[in-house]
Design a binder for this molecule. Structure first.
Ligand code: 4YB
Length: 453
């Protein structure tokens, strides 16, 4: 399956997108795509153009995305949380000719950009451009062809037992691979996407599938009504950030059907899946086996390398595609992994996160794992701050599940879990600006903030 048209072979009356009280059938979506395409053509958008799309995750932006992909355009997904200067920079970097914004169902606004550069040679096929936060803070723009995203959806959907009668909540943003994965998995199977914003929909009995990052799951488990509602789901994909053993044991005890996953933008979302909680041996959470056709291996120093049909084409720069990968190349993920006894993958942390303090090698993830193992802490990020005596010392930001977190109590508990040289000199609650749209604490922003004061 390579084209949008092939996605529209499902029964036209079957529900395709549910948005609040409105249901758009596959037939409605096909009609919507046609209408939007008329506007796109009227506004001088041609096949294979590069177009930026403001994606709010509502039915209208999904229809606009499908309309553009059906015209074989390359679509830059603009993160709704970017400041205008960042969006403008990304639009310039990809040499987009227009910016499209969904106004209401089937109604879009199209603005030409001042771009004068000739069309870059990479813009030949239906593709999506997804921003991924690099270690530098400036997002990298990864080019993923539609056929790659469909290949990914085709491997993940059966692993999640997705059938036409199922409904997957768009619980991650559409401008993130996790959200795109949800969209294409529902479209290829003829199942239904729920795009309602309200938190109520997590518990909607009609919703059979969810994709969650650990912070979202912690929040839902903290909500007294949620555990029972989560038990009735067919599958809850959990990934995108380190997963603590505690949350897995809690889900097991409550019979919540969690499927842990390791994935990344550059591989069109999931790389490995643990379809059953294979093991949660001590503090190690298994992320399962690679998806069919996807390969994973570790470099001699432990970095996760991966390749397969779901791999991206490269990062877009004003000069063209950087890191143009040829078939068969391994992609170095920057993650440090471990192959467990049952040959499944576990992730130990990011290669670029480690630093040295007083001659000791600090692995922030070791401290972060200790913090998230404590009750009440949903997420943690440990970063280096300069120190006259030690060169650097660890400083921690945490996301707490309850008000009035007792920092001195946390510090005391931490003493029993990690070596003294790794004890953070400061532990503070992460301000909301540090959280990425998927609920991770941004290491880049945390480093910036910790070093300001
Ligand atoms: C991890 C990690 C893990 C990623 N442990 N670090 O459909 C899905 O695949 C899905 C379902 C639920 C939640 C998220 C997803 C995703 O797509 C996640 C994809 C993602 O996070 N991409 S990313 O480019 O934003 O970040 C990738 C990085 O995130 C990796 O390189 C890792 O560092 C980290 N990560 N899964 C520990 N299970």
């Amino acid at each position: 399956m390579n084209t949008v048209q092939e996605l529209f072979t499902h029964p036209t009356l079957a529900p395709c997108i549910v948005e609040g009280s409105r249901t758009h059938s596959y037939g409605d979506v096909i009609e919507g795509v046609k209408r939007v395409q008329e506007t796109l053509r009227d506004k001088n958008i041609h096949p294979q153009d590069i177009v930026a799309l403001n994606t709010n995750g509502e039915a209208t932006s999904i229809i606009a995305l499908l309309a553009l992909l059906d015209m074989r355009c390359s679509v830059l997904l603009i993160n709704s949380r970017w400041p205008p200067s960042m969006a403008t920079e990304a639009v310039e970097r990809v040499a987009a000719s227009h910016v499209v914004t969904g106004i209401s169902l089937n109604e879009i606004e199209v603005q030409p950009t001042p771009n004068k550069r000739p069309k870059p040679s990479w813009a030949v096929d239906a593709a999506v451009i997804v921003a991924t936060s690099g270690s530098t803070g400036t997002p990298k723009l990864a080019l993923l062809s539609l056929s790659t995203l469909l290949a990914s959806a085709q491997t993940v959907a059966p692993a999640c037992a997705l059938t036409p009668s199922d409904r997957w909540l768009l619980s991650l943003p559409l401008f993130h691979v996790g959200g795109l994965g949800i969209l294409f998995r529902t479209l290829i199977t003829g199942s239904c996407l729920s795009v309602s914003r309200s938190d109520e929909v997590y518990g909607d009995p009609a919703t059979t599938h969810l994709s969650l990052v650990p912070t979202q799951l912690y929040r839902l488990l903290g909500d007294a009504r949620s555990p029972e509602l989560l038990q009735t789901k067919k599958a809850i994909l959990l990934g995108g950030a380190p997963i603590g053993a505690r949350i897995i044991s809690e889900c097991r005890a409550l019979s919540i059907p969690v499927i842990t996953t390791y994935g990344l933008t550059e591989m069109g979302s999931a790389v490995t899946l643990a379809s059953k909680q294979l093991l949660s041996d001590g503090d190690t959470v298994s992320l399962g086996h690679p998806l069919p056709g996807v390969e994973v291996k570790l470099s001699p120093d432990g970095e996760v390398l991966t390749r397969g049909p779901t791999r991206f084409r490269g990062y877009i720069t004003p000069e063209g595609l950087s890191l143009p990968l040829v078939e068969g190349d391994w992609f170095p993920t920057g993650d440090i992994g471990e192959i467990l006894a049952d040959l499944t993958l576990a992730i130990r942390g990011r290669r670029d996160a480690q630093f040295i303090s007083g001659g000791e090698n600090i692995h922030p993830e070791m401290i972060e794992n200790a913090l998230t193992a404590l009750p009440g802490i949903m997420a943690a990020c440990v970063v280096p701050v300069p120190d006259a005596e030690f060169g650097c010392r660890p400083s921690a930001f945490v996301v707490s599940a309850r008000p009035n977190l007792d920092i001195s109590e946390i510090r005391e508990s931490l003493r029993t879990l990690i070596p003294s040289f790794a004890l953070p000199i400061a532990i503070q609650e992460a301000p909301i600006e540090l959280l990425t749209p998927t609920g991770k604490i941004s290491r880049v922003l945390a480093i910036r903030l910790a070093n300001q004061g």
